[in-house]
Design a protein around this ligand. Structure first.
Ligand code: PLP
Length: 439
């Protein structure tokens, strides 16, 4: 192994690895709203980690909880036994969640939460003698992580391309909700598009409702560039799911814990899904963790057979890991104490104003936002691969001291729930400068 091979052994996820190693971006420490790179540069984080760290980095309360927990109980047997922190965290999440989303199954990531949710939906119908309900419906332009279930219901071509033949045969897709001609530069929810939910009727006609287990959607599609649901769209989807006995799963890996100015998007949009996935903000990104919140009736339907028998043959070695659970408890306590969800709501209009002030800058073709989620779409550069212009904007901002993210040619924004006006201004000024510099 050469010295270069050794130094470049890390194969980075969702990264242009060859370009990366030509000028690596290495972050060494963080505090509050800033990163410090290995080269000593200080960066304002305009993306809250990766939609993860709404409270800011190295939050003292979470750091202390993790330090204390790891010294007290580092790991505990997770099958047929558990630990006190996991029990407490499940209770607190159930209490925070709307309606009777009373039961919590822990995972280690959003991808695992999604695959767990899909399996719960299938197992639920099976337990009720409706095992023929085996089709899972996702949506075009959805991101539900990278495991085979989430990939199958996901709707991003690049993610699926190399795995096409191995995706779940029962998966089908609703059409996406984005129509630029009807909603460009819309602030918050577009007024047009509730009827797009009726696309579920097409799939019901094609496959018959008796074969469909669940529909999974991100209430706001995040990774494909912040696609905000049209007014009434989610309600219509809920009504149709009810009509046809189909479970509705909300993938709230991004939208939960303040990102849309409420504990959950379900709360902001005022409707109750049957199953709800979380990750990221559950521990403020400090320790990997995800979870699936399930309505009482679904859980009860699965509590069948002899009491000594495992009811749901599923779980991860680290489900309910005590250190992650301790981080989760400290995170929930901090959200509560700091009024984080209200804070996010209070700065939403400032964020919206700043973001939309970029309308008219070179190559900008749309801007979308809700809560503290923002997307700014750039026209792809002629003759270059899709995403080249977006990547250049990301890189320019990073080198200028502000971290945002690009997904293809859409720049994404996810500031801290407790961002100041000055910080928001700095983020948008930096992006404005980058857009003016870029080809
Ligand atoms: N679901 C949604 C909506 C996401 O945005 C993500 C990640 O961004 C995932 C699932 C996957 O989460 P993870 O990367 O933790 O596996």
């Amino acid at each position: 192994m050469t010295a270069t091979d050794y130094e470049q052994a890390f194969w980075l996820p969702y990264t242009a690895n060859r370009a990366f190693w030509k000028s690596p971006r290495v972050i060494q420490s963080a505090q509050g709203h800033h990163y410090t790179t290995a080269a000593g540069d200080r960066l304002l984080d305009g993306f809250s980690g990766l939609w993860t760290s709404g409270l800011g980095h190295c939050h003292p309360r979470i750091v202390a909880a993790v330090q204390s927990q790891v010294a007290e109980l580092d790991y505990s047997l997770g099958f047929q036994a558990t630990n006190d922190k996991a029990i407490e965290l499940a209770g607190q999440l159930a209490a925070l969640a709307p309606g009777d989303l009373n039961r919590v199954f822990f995972t280690n990531s959003g991808s695992e939460a999604v695959d767990t949710a899909l399996k719960i939906a299938l197992a639920y119908h099976h337990a009720r003698g409706e095992g023929h309900r085996s089709r899972l419906i996702g949506r075009e332009r959805a991101y539900h992580g990278v495991n085979f279930g989430g990939l199958s219901v996901g709707g991003i071509g690049a993610n699926r391309k190399a795995f096409s033949a191995c995706l779940l045969p029962g998966a089908a897709h609703l059409r996406h909700t984005y129509e630029r001609s009807q909603m460009a530069y819309c602030r918050g929810q577009p007024a047009w598009g509730a009827h797009l939910a009726d696309d579920l009727e097409r799939l019901v006609l094609l496959h018959d409702a008796s074969n469909i287990a669940a529909v999974i959607v991100e209430p706001v599609a995040g990774s494909t560039g912040v696609l905000v649901p049209p007014v009434g769209y989610l309600q219509r989807l809920r009504e149709l799911c009810d009509r046809y006995g189909i479970l509705l799963i909300f993938d709230e890996v991004i939208t939960a814990f303040g990102r849309v100015g409420a504990a959950f998007a379900a709360e902001r949009f005022e409707l109750l899904p049957d199953i709800l996935t979380v990750a990221k903000g559950i521990t403020n990104g400090v320790i990997p963790m995800g979870g699936v919140l399930v309505r009482e009736g679904i859980y009860q339907a699965l509590m069948q057979g002899p009491e000594e028998m495992v009811e749901f043959f599923h779980g991860y070695t680290y489900s309910g890991h005590p250190v992650a659970a301790a981080a989760g408890l400290a995170t929930l306590a901090a959200y509560e104490e700091e009024g984080s969800f209200e804070q996010a709501r209070a700065i939403e209009s400032l964020f919206e104003e700043g973001l939309h002030s970029l309308q008219g800058e070179p190559n900008v073709i749309d801007i979308r936002n809700i809560g503290l989620m923002g997307g700014l779409e750039l026209a792809p550069r002629d003759g270059a691969p899709v995403g080249a212009r977006g990547f250049d904007a990301f890189r320019d901002c990073f080198e200028s001291g502000v971290v945002i993210r690009n997904g293809g040619d859409t720049l994404q924004f996810s500031p801290f729930l407790n961002s100041t006006g000055d910080e928001l201004e700095r983020i948008f000024d930096c992006v404005r400068g980058a857009l003016r510099r870029l080809r």
